[in-house]
Design a protein around this ligand. Structure first.
Ligand code: PLP
Length: 372
């Protein structure tokens, strides 16, 4: 780490670029400027790296679908929701999402409430996990789409996505899954229909995401133009971003076991360093690289200004700029004072055990001063 760079414990907001990813991207920024959609030699060279990247990204997703590159996961989710139009033509006008979804799903779903759809935001339990029994009662033959995320970005809990997809399919509905925080880290359930991912969450570059869609699903374009990405997402692709995304995915695959063991060791260390804190969300069903914890009476805004040499988050990075309390922590039934007393620590590949120890020392010391 450079001098004055804080210890980075915000790996759910974004991840540092892997050095191997940077190396793969450079020639596509500096030397190979061809448009991957041109038919001459420079274009074909660029198209070949895009094809390789698509295969590398697909390598961590179910087999029977297509990867379409987008600018972000948010764009991929917005595009994926378009599947509801074909369902509506068959009399299905209900969309079910979980209350704890990321804004990219939640706000997209809510936009359909203004377009003739009934949108149900299904509750999660105090542990952040949906009850399959309650969900079964909600999904019916009017349901077009069920959306449930794999790993929650704020609290790290893992939803029973495979079982939710089964319930959706039993009723003829589609299953959309925001796998942004799970992709490259845990297995993606094989029975989902639509998924969205983002390169910058897996040590890849910002500015590229992907939509994965199972064969046979009818999706209208969100962006019209030159007909790239099977006509669903027009616009010239960036070979550098695609190459970086592909390499990041390939690295996750190659380092699957070692990354998982490293994150588990960091999580163990963190749980012991923050033993006086209460964990928000399920302990049994969570991705260990996310620790969302609280101390009663704490003012996290003050804590963050006191502890400048650790980069961590108060609630979700996406929501924290808005000043509004986290809707995910509220969905667990936490009262506002407890929401304001919660922090999110996110560990990644490039953190060391020492990072956790030092960060915990800074944070715990500031907390003791504040609560004294
Ligand atoms: N979904 C989840 C769970 C996320 O954590 C994020 C990013 O914070 C997104 C969607 C949006 O991803 P992107 O930044 O690529 O639009």
């Amino acid at each position: 780490m450079m001098a004055n760079t804080p210890i980075y414990l915000d790996n759910q907001a974004t991840t540092p670029l892997a050095p191997e990813v940077f190396d793969v991207m450079v020639p596509w920024l500096r030397d190979n400027f061809g448009n991957p959609h041109s038919s001459h030699i420079l274009g074909r060279k660029a198209a070949a790296i895009v094809d390789l990247a698509r295969d590398q990204v697909a390598g961590l997703l179910p087999k029977d679908g297509t990867v379409l590159f987008t600018g972000t996961a948010t764009e991929a989710l917005n595009t994926g929701f378009g599947a509801v139009h074909a369902a509506k033509a068959k009399g299905r006008n209900k969309i079910i999402i979980l209350e704890s979804e990321h804004a990219a799903v939640r706000d997209t779903a809510m936009s359909y409430a203004k377009r003739g759809f009934m949108v149900e935001r299904h509750a999660v339990g105090p542990d952040g996990i949906v009850s399959l029994e309650q969900l079964r009662a909600s999904i019916d033959d009017k349901t077009a789409l069920v959306a449930a995320m794999l790993v929650n970005n704020e609290i790290g809990v893992i939803q029973p996505v495979e079982e939710i997809a089964e319930l959706a399919h039993q009723n003829g509905a589609l299953m959309l899954c925001d796998v942004v925080q799970g992709y490259g880290r845990i297995a993606i359930p094989g029975n989902i229909d639509i998924a969205a991912i983002s390169a910058h969450k897996i040590y890849g570059p910002k500015g590229i995401g992907a939509l994965w869609v199972r064969g046979g699903i009818d999706l209208p374009p969100l962006i019209y133009g030159g007909g790239q990405e099977e006509g669903i997402r027009s616009g010239t692709l960036s070979p550098a971003l695609c190459a970086g995304f592909g390499q990041a995915a390939a690295l996750c695959k190659k380092r699957w076991d070692s990354d998982a063991a490293h994150i588990a060791a960091l999580a163990d260390k963190a749980r012991s360093c923050f033993a006086d804190w209460t964990v928000n969300g399920s302990i049994a069903h969570r991705y260990p690289g996310n620790l969302n914890i609280r101390r009663d009476g704490l003012d996290v805004a003050r804590l963050m200004s006191d502890v400048r040499n650790v980069a961590f988050s108060a609630g979700s990075a996406c929501a924290s700029g808005s000043g509004s309390p986290s809707h995910v922590l509220a969905a667990l039934g936490l009262e506002p004072a407890r929401i304001k007393a919660s922090i999110r620590l996110g560990f990644g590949r490039y953190n060391s055990l020492k990072d956790i120890e030092i960060a915990a020392k800074y944070i715990n010391e500031a907390v003791e001063v504040q609560l004294a």
